[in-house]
Design a binder for this molecule. Structure first.
Ligand SMILES: Cc1ncc(COP(=O)(O)O)c(C=O)c1O
Ligand SMILES: [Zn+2]
Length: 409
């Protein structure tokens, strides 16, 4: 068998990887890249891959590209897995890490998927790439499109994209289109228009994006010295990243690099929580949220495109998906920043907020190995950060005035 093929997650139909397609031609369901472990093992054997520095392309043989493919990279991945001793002590935990994927080149985990997605776009000979985005995807796509010399059109929901992300997409040279609607409507437009307008879609329905993103799970295991955590807390928006992590953990276990897999604990914002609602109701069907709302604009998604993948991932892993309120997200964001020096955007604090909630309710084994994924950098959303912080104190330019301020420390 070939090391990789592209299959429908529902009916298993195999699709050609040489065409820009995002859904099964028979049943319309999502596609994924199936990995044949023995063939990949052969690709890996006899080379020094384990000794390479951490990055998405450390795992090149585990990705669906041949050795001849030209790669478009900004050295993404290799992000720190931070041992959070202060937060662990604060919560009474023994082993807590934050995987800070906000340290990627454009400040979010999307770069992992985009290096793979843009590499595929070039391989397919596409000239224009597109996405709908709550902000980070557009920032990342714009950067990688520029790197690869591709035209880029990004659709964003009007007025709901954090300032830093908008600045990135514009600076990197994308055509930024503001849609009078929400993310779900923008994605719907992209999916309907891409074929006729000759654009390659790089939302997470594109299975090559997921392939890049799964490397974060390999990295976590490598950074833990060749073992998987017991649980992984991760924000869920469209559901691509949680599915990607699960895929990565399963493959690493299949290859015998690790001997266990974590429970995937999906966290959604209470105002945008269709997947969490499925779990609380024990339901098998997704009911979209028509007017999603949350301070964590990156996960302000009411109709997650990858819901089937993430629900399967979470269930297979014996994990769960639940909600946190905006207040809990903001409190977690501050705690991470103050106690560990990790500045995450609100969505990038949602996973940790979920862990805090689970610890408070007694749902966590305090000696277990826990990793929270922080998906995006805090500088992306300066308005939220400034809005919840104490204003600077204004003083005269004198030491006496400064002394007075110090009295209040
Ligand atoms: C910072 C951040 N966190 C989490 C997510 C959610 O990821 P996914 O849509 O893959 O579930 C996004 C998606 O836009 C994001 O930008
Ligand atoms: Zn199918």
């Amino acid at each position: 068998m070939a090391p990789f093929d592209m299959r429908c997650i529902e009916c298993g139909k195999v699709h050609e990887m040489t065409k820009p397609i995002y859904a099964c031609s028979s049943c319309g369901n999502l596609l994924e890249i199936a990995v044949d472990i023995p063939s990949v093992q052969r690709r890996l054997s006899g080379n020094e891959w384990r000794a390479r520095p951490l990055s998405v392309w450390k795992y090149r043989e585990l990705l669906p590209f041949g050795p001849e493919t030209t790669i478009y990279s900004r050295n993404e991945g290799g992000t720190p897995l931070i041992a959070c001793r202060n937060l662990a002590e604060h919560l009474g935990l023994k082993n807590l890490w934050i995987k800070f994927d906000g340290m990627n080149p454009t400040g979010s985990f999307k770069d992992r998927g985009m290096t793979a997605g843009i590499t595929k776009a070039k391989d397919l000979g596409m000239g224009i790439v597109t996405c709908a985005s709550t902000g980070n995807t557009s920032a990342s796509l714009a950067a990688y499109a520029g790197l690869a010399g591709l035209k880029c059109v990004v659709l964003i929901p009007e007025g709901k994209v954090a300032l830093g992300k908008l600045a990135q997409a514009m600076m990197h040279g994308a055509k930024v289109v503001s849609v009078k609607g929400n993310f779900d409507q923008a994605l719907d437009m992209v999916m309907k228009a891409s074929d006729s307008l000759g654009m390659y879609v790089l939302n997470s329905v594109n299975p090559f994006r997921i392939e890049g993103q799964k490397t974060a799970a390999y990295e976590v295991c490598d950074q833990l010295g060749g073992s998987a955590p017991d649980s992984l807390y991760i924000p869920v928006g469209n559901g691509g990243n949680s599915a990607a992590y699960w895929k990565g953990f399963k493959e690493y276990e299949g290859l015998g690099v690790v001997d266990s897999r974590p429970r995937i604990m999906g966290v959604q914002a209470a105002g945008s929580a269709p997947v969490a609602t499925m779990f609380s109701r024990g339901s098998d069907t997704l009911v979209p949220v028509s007017k999603p709302d949350t301070v964590a604009t990156a996960i302000r998604i009411g109709n997650p495109a990858n819901w089937k993948k993430t629900v399967r991932a979470i269930r297979d892993s014996e994990g769960s998906c639940f909600t946190v309120t905006d207040e809990e997200i903001l409190r977690a964001q501050k705690l991470m920043a103050k106690m560990e020096g990790i500045f995450a955007e609100p969505a990038g604090a949602a996973a940790f907020a979920g862990l805090v909630k689970d610890v408070t309710s007694g749902a966590v084994d305090r000696s277990s190995k826990i990793v929270c994924v922080s998906t995006g950098h805090g500088l992306k959303d300066p308005d939220v950060a400034v809005g919840q912080s104490e204003r600077p104190v204004m003083i005269d330019a004198s030491v006496e005035a400064l002394r007075k301020v110090m009295e209040g420390l």
